[in-house]
Ligand binder design. Structure first.
Ligand code: AHG
Ligand code: MN
Ligand code: MN
Length: 336
């Protein structure tokens, strides 16, 4: 079989659907290139100056690791001058980052979580990068860009993807025409298509949740997990298996590969915060990928992609993966 590169995949996709115009292809190819560079830095581990804390904090008050900062800088530098973007926003920056004066601006906004799974960096467990592309309002293509330009529901994303830095480096991507995955050939820097039209099985017997938060869960989540844990003897009449990697990218990638349900629900630890994960650059891109693969993603009440964001760094409750399980948890939240 003749191999297909990322560029060829995007061009073919655009011929069939017009969903990957040239400017969008440039954004996605640039992200892929930046992530190949991040992968190289990660792979050097203790031999490069990439492990440990950066000694700073981000807007969410989390300590930044060196790799959070390195990955953020690489994404910014790579995407600053292609002419396809009006501005970028990231987990690691308080405010939007407009394309600098003097560089051409374009029709898209790029959002990213440069390094997902920060607590796993120093222990050599899979980590990732997540990205989302939105259309830029006309006003953002000239002059000041403020956070409002980004506050669009996830349904408006024109592309989303993640890269998982695991035993191999894999990118999973959608431009709204199904989901495809690519493996990086580290020697040549080429991303090769390895799976197209990825489908998440509708049913699963595998769940992912941080069980150490069980005492804080709200009743619908507690009911659902209790039923899974009861196994064959309980109402579900079957055994379920649990996995929790603590890198959303790696947990979602497992679900993309063999199904499952991932939950980081809101809980009672910090009642004013609707969950831990961020809507714009974690939940939305993952929700688009999962829906495009036939799965579902909700906050317990509505599809994540329908939420109208009020803040750039807004948090959200996340329940995503195999459709039948996500629908069940959502029904429990709705009181059924
Ligand atoms: P980040 O490293 O970008 O801050 O994201 C970490 C997130 C997510 O990847 C993961 O699912 C979750 O935090 C893990 O949280 P716990 O440590 O509470 O399990
Ligand atoms: Mn993250
Ligand atoms: Mn992060």
């Amino acid at each position: 079989m003749e191999r297909v590169t990322l560029s060829q995949y995007l061009i073919q996709c655009d011929r069939q659907t017009s969903l990957a115009p040239e400017a969008l292809r440039r954004v996605l190819e640039t992200c892929a290139q930046a992530c190949a560079g991040i992968a190289a830095s990660i792979a050097r581990g203790a031999l490069g100056d990439v492990l440990g804390s950066a000694g700073s904090a981000n807007v969410q008050g989390e300590t930044q690791q060196k790799l959070d900062v390195i990955a953020n800088d690489r994404m910014l530098a790579a995407n600053a001058w292609g002419g396809a973007l009006a501005a970028m926003a990231s987990e690691e920056m308080d405010d939007p980052w407009p394309i600098p004066d003097g560089e051409p601006r374009g029709p898209y906004l790029l959002l990213f979580d440069p390094l997902d799974g920060s607590s796993n960096i120093d222990v050599n467990v899979s980590i990732g990068t997540i990205f989302s592309v939105l259309p830029a309002p006309d006003s953002a293509q000239v002059g000041v860009v403020n956070a409002e330009a980004f506050l669009q529901p996830g349904r408006r994303q024109v592309a989303a993807g993640y890269v998982v830095y695991g035993p191999s480096t894999v990118m999973v991507l959608t431009v709204g025409h199904g989901v495809a995955s690519f493996t990086l050939d580290r020697e040549s820097g080429t991303w090769w298509l390895v799976r197209d039209r990825i489908q998440v099985p509708a049913q699963t017997r595998e769940f992912a949740i941080n069980a150490s938060n069980a005492r804080h869960w709200e009743p619908p989540v507690k009911r659902y997990i209790d039923e899974l844990l009861a196994g064959r003897e309980g109402v579900r009449a079957q055994d379920f298996n649990m996995r929790w990697i603590a890198s959303m990218v790696a947990d979602v990638h497992r679900i993309m590969t063999r199904g499952g349900i991932f939950m980081y629900p809101r809980d009672r630890r910090e009642p004013d915060k609707p969950g831990k994960l961020r809507l714009m650059y974690e939940a939305n891109p993952m929700a688009l990928l999962i829906e495009q693969a036939g799965g579902a993603a909700t906050n317990g009440l509505q599809p994540i992609l329908d939420i109208v964001p009020a803040k750039l760094h807004e948090r959200v409750s996340v329940i995503l993966g195999s459709r039948e399980e996500v629908e069940r948890v959502t029904r429990y939240h709705q009181g059924a």
